[in-house]
Design a protein around this ligand. Structure first.
Ligand SMILES: [Zn+2]
Length: 242
């Protein structure tokens, strides 16, 4: 290839990547990076780092939801940190507990109605009247609540597979954090997301970001990746919220 030709190829490649970059910025509102992996690495590399990174299970002033569990809020909503990508970002929160599998309790974030499909080994979902948009139905989804091998579910025994629309109040114990994720090794954590409803009121597929909501206003904290929050994440001040 001649010098001129290769120059042209390089110029075209540069122009193409610039276009991709601009498209990415446009689609994701500038959310093209993430600081989450560094925090997660610190968490797993040395347990001595953990106390300084933990968010306690708490409720921020004026926020309707309580945090479902205590730990490092590692992956955020709309987070492209690996194994997720800009095109398939993380749809909820990954909260990494400091205990052993089966020890860190997971609680209902708000009053709602619990369902667990027959096939769900480590997962429950709660239906809620949206406290922020009156008249709208939303869902909260909790998963990985079983041991890694899939031989022991950590979902509370009062919610067996097949449970449908059972009322639970905010703070009800749903189970404990685990490591169950078939086909993929994950460290101990809870995956939590807020899921929207179909027109008929059923929950949508939570694996797609478009079917989920930014949890920030529900918890009164910056939980979207675009904020690049330091860990632990503080409650937003009233100035932040205005
Ligand atoms: Zn997750």
């Amino acid at each position: 290839m001649g010098k001129r030709r290769s120059g042209l190829v390089i110029a075209l490649l540069l122009a193409f990547s610039a276009l991709l970059g601009i498209a990415g910025l446009t689609f994701f509102g500038g959310r093209v990076a993430s600081t989450s992996s560094g925090y997660i690495r610190r968490w797993f590399d040395d347990p001595a780092n953990r106390p300084a990174l933990i968010n306690p299970r708490a409720q921020c002033p004026d926020a309707p939801f309580i945090l479902p569990t205590a730990g490092l809020i590692g992956l955020l909503w709309n987070d492209p940190a690996g194994p997720y990508t800009l095109l398939t970002p993380h749809t909820g929160l990954d909260i990494f507990g400091a205990g052993e599998p089966g020890e860190d309790p997971v609680y209902a974030v708000y009053d709602g109605w619990l369902s667990r499909l027959e096939s769900w080994y480590s997962t429950v979902i709660l239906r809620h009247d949206d406290p922020l948009v009156p008249g709208r139905t939303i869902w909260t989804y909790y998963t990985h609540m079983a041991n890694r091998e899939g031989t022991q579910s950590f979902v509370s025994p009062q919610f067996p597979p097949g449970t449908s629309d059972l009322f639970v109040s905010q703070g009800t114990l749903l189970g404990t954090q685990g490591e169950y994720s078939p086909g993929r090794a994950v460290g101990l954590h809870l995956h939590f997301s807020i899921v929207t409803s179909d027109d008929d009121g059923a929950f949508r597929n939570e694996a797609q970001i478009a079917n989920t909501l930014d949890p920030s206003p529900y918890f009164g904290m910056a939980l979207g990746n675009y904020d690049y929050p330091a860990r632990p994440i503080e409650c937003a001040t009233s100035a932040d919220r205005s």
